[in-house]
Write a protein that binds this ligand. Structure first.
Ligand code: SAJ
Length: 413
């Protein structure tokens, strides 16, 4: 089984953990990435990204000889594509990385392989890969052309939560959508090797829509919570108390309001549904705009709290996009800090225990300084909690004192 091994294209938060999970079952894996530094680090047995337990998994897989990395695509039995699918201008899906990955594997096909798309993708993408491949390799048949193709193609969307990837990559159920039923079956065989969750088979477009639906559901639910926060602000009610009591109802489960939705998935993927059916996705579009408006609503609350102060000092606790991670990309907290720094005379003390230095865009601002929590709480006129890191939970009420506190996560409620 898998004598030629598995090739995983893209060694980011999904590709690399997947390589390690497969290699742990003594199947040869070559991880491919365009970045030579990523490749070198992995070949030294190091994980170039921060994720609990990934380091040991990569070290073990490389030491066992079942994982190596390369900038070149090898021949393989299965090609698994795990490349980014961001959006371009106008929130339109950008499939350029998927297309480039498709081009990179085309010359390696001999017939008999399975190609699996794991990247979150707009409906129809798996079929487009099949079409691209048939243009590149007219000597082979693909599943949009034949029920018995030379190369099988399926979509199996990743569903792992950053911070719990190594657990969820094994434990989660997987949806495997084939362009034909035999494509789904061929792809499912690989997941049966390393997944303990159930493997559910469907068609490729349904699988694409399932993944987008999961993240859009969460975005809409968070938007509802954020809208409640706006409403409770007007009514002078504690939104956390309202939600926590409502959630005691057996059929109510409202998520938590916050300073906005960050990360690379939940704020992006709903747009793929909107692009596919703009007139039918009003709720999804409204949710996106409610969540996108949140950082500026927080900024306005801070400005209101500092009114009357000539040179206010504001402590901003947290820069990451969510709790207990060091990832500052696409973070609403960072957006709040950046916008506050535009306010004349205002000084921001940014507290982020998971980083050693500010990212370049914030470091370039004269009135933003990276600070410890202790020092920021000593000096600030106003305290804003932006990320519910565990270490902030234990800050005592006495350390906050009588100054205005804006707790966007309800951590100290
Ligand atoms: N957030 C809130 N309120 C909440 C929950 C989250 O404001 O109640 C915010 C977070 O602070 C963060 C953002 O939403 O800024 C997203 O965080 P998250 O933890 O909800 O999700 P991600 O983006 O880390 O991972 C999601 C997951 N999808 C679902 O839970 C449906 C994960 O399983 C996916 O694999 C991942 O997207 C992905 O790659 O698509």
């Amino acid at each position: 089984m898998y004598e030629q091994g598995i090739a995983v294209i893209g060694l980011g938060y999904i590709g690399l953990p997947t390589c390690a999970a497969i290699a742990a079952h003594r199947i040869g894996v070559v991880g491919v990435d365009v970045n030579p530094r990523t490749v070198d680090a992995i070949n030294r047995g190091e994980a170039p990204i921060v994720e609990p337990d990934l380091d040991q998994a990569v070290e073990g897989a490389v030491a066992s000889g079942f994982l190596r990395a390369s900038t070149e695509v090898p021949e393989a039995d299965v090609f698994l594509l795990a490349v980014p699918t961001p959006f371009a201008d106008g929130h339109k899906p950008d499939l350029s990385f998927v297309e480039a990955a498709t081009h990179s594997i085309a010359p390696r096909l001999r017939g008999g392989e399975v190609v699996i798309l794991e990247s979150t993708s707009p409906p129809g993408t798996t079929r487009r890969i099949s079409e691209w491949l048939s243009e590149l390799r007219p000597d082979l048949t693909f599943p949009h052309q034949s029920d018995t193709p030379d190369v099988h193609l399926a979509h199996c969307p990743e569903r792992v939560l950053p911070g719990r990837i190594m657990i969820e990559i094994v434990a989660n159920d997987r949806v495997v959508g084939g362009l034909t039923p035999s494509c789904a079956e061929a792809a499912a065989e690989l997941y049966r090797v390393f997944c303990k969750g159930e493997i559910v088979l469907t068609d490729a477009t349904t699988a694409e829509m399932v993944k987008l639906t999961e993240n859009a559901f969460r975005d809409v639910n968070i938007a509802f919570a954020n809208e409640l926060a706006n409403v409770c602000g007007v009514l002078d009610l504690n939104v956390w108390e309202v939600i926590s009591h409502a959630n005691r109802h057996p059929r109510v489960n409202i998520l938590s309001p916050g300073p906005g939705v960050g990360g690379h998935c939940i704020a992006v993927d709903p747009w793929f549904i909107v692009a596919a059916a703009p007139d039918q996705s009003k709720l999804i579009q409204t949710a996106r705009s409610i969540n996108d408006d949140r950082p500026m609503a927080v900024v306005q609350n801070v400005i209101d709290a500092t009114s009357g102060l000539a040179a206010p000092v504001v402590a901003c606790l947290g820069l990451a996009f969510k709790a207990d991670i060091d990832d500052l990309r696409e973070s609403p907290a960072r957006q709040v800090v950046k916008s506050l720094a535009q306010v004349e005379g205002l000084q921001v003390l940014a507290v982020e225990p998971h980083v050693e230095e500010l990212p370049d865009d914030l470091a370039a601002l004269e009135n933003v300084e990276l600070s410890s929590a202790e020092s920021a709480l000593e000096r600030a006129d106003v305290v804003v909690l932006l990320v519910d890191h565990t270490s902030f939970r234990s800050i005592p009420a006495s350390a906050l004192g009588n100054r205005p506190v804006i707790d966007t996560r309800g951590l100290w409620r």
